[in-house]
Design a protein around this ligand. Sequence first.
Ligand SMILES: Cc1ncc(COP(=O)(O)O)c(C=O)c1O
Length: 738
Amino acid sequence: MEQSAEQSRSTQTNLATENSAKPTHSDQMVEAIDPSLAQPSSSKVKELKAADTEVPEVPEVPEGHLATSNRAIADQSAQSDQFDATLPTKSPSSVRMAKSIDSPTTNKWTIQDSEELYLINGWGEPYFSINEAGHVTVSPRGDRGGCIDLFDLVSDLRQRGLRLPLLLRFSDILADRIERLNACFARAIARYNYQGVYRGVYPVKVNQQKHLVAELTKFGQPFQFGLEAGSKPELLIAIATLKTPGALLICNGYKDREYVETAMLSQRLGKKPIIVLEQLEEVDLAIAAAQKLGIKPNLGVRAKLSSKGSGRWAESAGDRAKFGLHMWEILTVVEKLAAADLLDSLQLLHFHIGSQISAISTIKDALREAAQIYVQLAKIGANMQYIDVGGGLAVDYDGTKTNSAASKNYNMQNYAYDVVAEIKEACAEGKVEPPTIVSESGRAIASHQSILIFDVLGTSSRPQAGIEPLQPGEHLIIRNLFETLENINAQNYQEAYHDAIQFKGEAASLFGFGYLGLRERARVERLYWECCDRILKIVRQQEHVPDELSDLEISMAQTYYCNLSVFQSIPDNWAIGQMFPIMPIHRLNQEPSNRGTIADLTCDSDGHIKEFIARYSSKEILELHPFDKNDNDPYILGLFLGGAYQEILGDLHNLFGDTDTVHIHITHRGYKVEHVVKGDTMNEVLEYVQYSRGELLESMRRETEAALQEDAITIDEARLLLQNFEHSLDGYTYLSPT
Ligand SMILES: Cc1ncc(COP(=O)(O)O)c(C=O)c1O
């Protein structure tokens, strides 16, 4: 039954904003078609694996028929980005202790405990899960079959000579994201009987890597998915890569004459560039280029909305935003284009209120304002055909489905419903033809496809367990600590903690005045840590942790030294404190009984991850397994959802370069390595800072020769030094196992 615009609006408002929303008729139908969508992901993956389900072919869709043809895909996949309306808004209060782990003595650890602890079902759905072996699995096609054991995959790749840290890219996840986004819009268009179509574009800035952009345009072909360029170099990538007939090439960012002319001339190659005017001067450039080349361009304007974004990128919108035109400037553009007889070139209205918009209400406010501007532009004679809603569609990094900075309180389908419904309503009221809807979702498309795999190299040392018995004549402070240690129990642990702190402080003072020797001070330290260890075991079993003990877990945490560079691989963690899900990819059927933070290889205290996702707020420590350096098996962690922005923002701090990257494609027999992109060698990173391999080697050879002449080095030592030096130049910038 057809709904009126008014009815449509109220339905979608309920879905996206009211926590008490009931599923609508069509939602229930989808659930009935695929009951597995309501089950936890781990069981889903197992079922699909058993059935070895085929991924349905993406149908060829003629232009103009996307709305209806995509319904089939919509019905399969749109619901998997599920929205749990019953979850509360995330509490801002800091719950610092990870209390989710039971005492090892009371419960045997299960993979369900790991799922719960690392929240993988929240942020990982439908791609990541845990199997019975306690390994993370990847289902690159989501709910549609095929599953790879991530730990086994990494072991295979290492046997093939690939090194850690290693960036894995799953092409099928990329394809699935594009299908999902298009399916969600197709579903929204069908639901609201919207008379326009959807044409998404991928903003190249999010991840410009050649193989990724090439795959993206290939997977996007059935949907006429286009590209967005935000700079001149990105324009060159976009023009040269995008060959899909009818797909849009949105030209954003600062422009000069060459940018504008190149974009316009690409029309002659059958491309569909739309030059979005973001600065007032650009209208003169566009008019001049159009007149010089005799081309009728496709133009757009980026509006500076007064509705503000939220969170870290709030400044991308609002009156003081860096980009976009005020209303008076948009009117000036209209007047100038009219005077140059080019008003019918003005076809698109664009806005972008920032990335990772966690609250659906913020998106709706912006849509409402932008849709009105669109209607007004159409009414004053511009040839309006497109509304480009920019990026902002958020990723649920912590899996909590809340409006916290690392999450979002809506799903992809809610987003599509709101975009379509707002635009439909404004156009219907303004009696204006509904436009083609364009979105520039980057994060939501590129984040899930990559996983950074890295190994633990060591941990900060803690006094070994086992305390020597008390000897006659030991210092009073040692005797006191001993007595404290021996008497710790669930009744007095709080008092014991205060005593232990006091004795440790007194020991430090006595040491300072020379009344305590180094051995005695070391014995005090061991006793103190042993007390803390015992107290912590009791604390973990308490329902309410006394305030003064809430930091004990953090102060007892170990540092896990890992083979990665935060600055190279997760720069947003360092720069803006963005959290990504991090967890071991194996041993998940064993209790992660240690607590740790993650330090990288750089000699910079900022290269230290000290905040992790958690169900409520965040936590300052991550539950990890004990690590033994002498163990032959590596301890491997994965950093997930880092496929957007991180690779290109990464820098060469301490000269740690790009990691090896592997593109994995799922096949009936398992997987196939599609591309291997070798990471930087030391030689390459040294060249970035103008050192030449030849000069470095020659300098070392001369110095070694001089040392040989003076008998300061033996021939064997000289050979080893030069061999190591040369070998390192050709080697990986990260550490390799000895
Ligand atoms: C103009 C524009 N469009 C699209 C995007 C992509 O945004 P997101 O990654 O949030 O989808 C950005 C990034 O901030 C942007 O500046």
